[in-house]
Design a protein around this ligand. Structure first.
Ligand SMILES: NC(=O)c1ccc[n+]([C@@H]2O[C@H](COP(=O)([O-])OP(=O)(O)OC[C@H]3O[C@@H](n4cnc5c(N)ncnc54)[C@H](O)[C@@H]3O)[C@@H](O)[C@H]2O)c1
Length: 252
């Protein structure tokens, strides 16, 4: 039985992960942390200020974190101090925060960190890489849409798309939206939509003369991210203490 704890346990993703863990016969939900007390499928949710104490008492094998960037950094440090493996889905990290996470994890605990845990998006990233290799001289525009409560923009998934494009095409200028007199050069346009309860849409448009190709992904339910995160939690137990991606989990 793999013991799972959830941080951000009362949030949209935390609750969805709690349900999937609770229903899995090979996993045991030991509780979670959030900013306030509560319950998660019959287990206790304690304030994040008591995370160290909680980890010592409940001894989870894996802490799954879907919170906000600043909180996730502290939660990762606490998990690493207590020898608890990690699955981190939180997005919006600064380069400095990424470095802090790396320093806390490497050599201490295994951690799967991904801006998107859906299988489909991980395949979508591969297709974007392949298209960029072949269509580097086409105009490229990245579009993403999410629900009205999302805190960071562009999404972590869109930032990963931009990293892939940079790796394949060199460091091109990014233009975030356009207004007024604009002249298209070699930039990559990035466009963010926020509204309603959109779970997560991403598209990359490659536009050439006389043709366009668009690669897109649409998530219909955040259970797709939660299922991927739970798959990563099963996979991460007993691995070497370093950072892994969802592509490592999927073997792609
Ligand atoms: N990687 C993926 O596949 C994926 C998918 C969906 C969302 N996300 C990311 O996951 C994060 C959470 O998304 P959400 O929609 O569930 O947000 P949400 O706002 O519904 O939930 C976040 C929860 O974290 C809690 N929290 C804040 N500070 C905390 C702390 N110090 N310790 C513990 N909990 C704390 C909040 O109270 C809230 O309950 C965001 O960064 C989002 O971009 C990633």
């Amino acid at each position: 039985m793999i013991k799972i704890a959830v941080s951000g346990a009362l949030g949209r993703m935390g609750t969805t992960i709690g349900r999937i863990v609770d229903e899995a016969p090979d996993l045991s939900l030991v509780g979670g942390v959030d900013v306030r007390e509560g319950t998660l499928f019959g287990t206790e949710v304690v304030p994040a200020t008591r995370l160290d104490e909680f980890l010592k008492e409940k001894k989870p094998d894996v802490l799954v974190d879907f919170t906000v960037a600043a909180a996730a950094v502290e939660n990762v440090r606490a998990a690493a101090r207590n020898g608890v493996a990690l699955v981190v889905g939180t997005t919006g990290f600064s380069p400095e925060q990424r470095e802090t996470i790396r320093g806390a994890v490497e050599g201490n605990v295994p951690a799967v960190i991904s801006s998107n845990f859906s299988v489909g998006v991980n395949i979508f990233w591969k297709l974007v890489r392949e298209a960029a290799r072949e269509l580097g001289d086409y105009d490229i525009e990245v579009t993403e849409a999410h629900h009205r409560h999302k805190k960071d923009a562009p999404s972590g998934t869109a930032k990963t798309i931009l990293e892939i494009l940079d790796q394949e095409l060199g460091d091109r200028e990014k233009v975030y939206g356009r207004v007024g007199a604009t002249e298209r050069k070699n930039e990559i346009g990035v466009h963010v939509i926020r509204g309603g309860d959109i779970v997560g849409d991403h598209a990359v448009l490659f536009a050439g003369n006389f043709e366009c190709i668009e690669i897109s992904h649409r998530a219909y339910d955040r259970a797709v991210f939660a299922q991927g995160a739970v798959r990563a939690a099963r996979w991460v137990v007993g691995r070497e203490p370093r950072i892994y991606t969802m592509q490592d989990v999927l073997g792609i």
